[in-house]
Design a protein around this ligand. Structure first.
Ligand code: ZN
Length: 228
């Protein structure tokens, strides 16, 4: 699962909880940020093999600290507490349910990975591996990613008031994510090394975070030079 994760970020953001979209973009990929970091450090292991599954070259044969069920729960709780702590410390208003939503957004990553991954997700440590393996079926997996993303964006647009220019920007961001997913799923390429792959993960995910931040800034500037 790749851009489908962002559907949850779009779906979680409401006028009431006011969680910034960029924070939710970090939350839904939090487990992959940890994974990419641990692979870079040589603690978790990844093989990038052409044709490993029809829809992905990633053979994550050892990722118990970022992607086991137990650790996914732990990271979700930590993320919720961090959000609560940071908001409290900097006097940022947050609704009572916001930390819980952050925790659920982080945990959603594991559920969506469970659908896509082959049996490489451990329940705990590196044992009892599960995964429904939708990545073995390229077109259905791609269709699911796009359908989820579209549904998430539709929810975001109906549950948040915004000027037309921002609506356009949100749809533009959605289309960009679709293009990135087309590239990832369908454009043949030579496998990179494990370290280069996770460096790419860090760069792309962080680019998307900045785009989510920029999108929510559009049309929110106060007009200081009102002509009266
Ligand atoms: Zn993942």
């Amino acid at each position: 699962m790749f851009v489908g994760h962002y559907s949850i970020a779009f779906a979680c953001r409401t006028e009431r909880n006011k969680i910034p979209l960029w924070v939710l973009f970090v939350a839904v990929q939090f487990l992959d940020y940890i994974w990419a970091t641990l692979v870079l450090m040589g603690i978790e292991k990844l093989r990038v093999t052409k044709g490993f599954t029809a829809g992905s070259m990633l053979d994550s044969y050892f990722h118990p600290y970022s992607h086991s069920l137990i650790m996914a729960v732990v990271w979700s709780v930590i993320a919720a507490l961090v959000y609560k702590g940071v908001c409290g410390r900097y006097g940022r208003h947050y609704s009572g349910s916001a930390p819980l939503i952050i925790g659920l957004a982080v945990f959603s990553h594991w559920i969506l990975d469970l659908i896509a991954h082959p049996r490489d997700l451990a329940i705990y440590d590196n044992t009892w591996k599960v995964g429904f393996g939708l990545w073995n079926y390229r077109d259905p997996e791609f269709a699911l990613e796009i359908a989820l993303l579209a549904a998430g964006i539709a929810l975001y647009l109906t549950r948040n008031a915004m000027p037309a220019i921002r609506t356009g920007a949100v749809i533009g961001l959605g289309l960009l994510l679709v293009i990135v997913q087309i590239g990832d799923t369908y454009v043949p390429r030579t496998p990179l090394t494990d370290k280069a792959t996770v460096t790419g993960v860090w760069i792309f995910y962080t680019l998307f975070v900045f785009m989510a931040l920029a999108v929510e800034k559009i049309g929110s500037r106060r007009k200081f030079n009102a002509p009266w």
